[in-house]
Design a protein around this ligand. Sequence first.
Ligand code: HEM
Length: 120
Amino acid sequence: MKKITFAAFIAFCASIITLLAVDALTPASHAGEANDELPVFTLAEVAEHDTLDSCWMAIRGKVYDFTDYIPEHPTPPAIMEAWCGREATEGMETKGYGRDHTPAAWAMMEPYLIGILAEE
Ligand code: HEM
């Protein structure tokens, strides 16, 4: 009987260790922390990337590199290009004519996140 209790105890410990390991190795469970590790950029640094060859934007306190996204955007590139290298929250919230992007569009920004905007 003691052996069974001991085996059950070992199995219990192993499952706890497995759960901890899975949690530690799952990036999604630490998504919030990942932001803290992103580099911080000033608006001056963002401003160096103001062309279609390298287009960074600061939106709601975060910095994005949209260079690879611009060819996918459903307008001629010039529409987004006007906001490259700038604080572009207004561009995102108004599309240039007063109407906000859809939640789906906002959700599409995440893969292009490269940093946090420095507080001036
Ligand atoms: C910040 C500068 C930007 C400007 C000025 C801008 C402007 C526009 C305009 C004029 C349209 C087409 C007209 C319309 O649908 O009402 C549009 C549509 C769209 N844009 Fe942008 N856009 C910008 C950035 C972005 C970014 C960063 C993303 C995503 C990564 C994005 C995703 C979309 C999507 C998915 C649509 C389709 C309609 C919607 O979902 O709202 N745009 N945008």
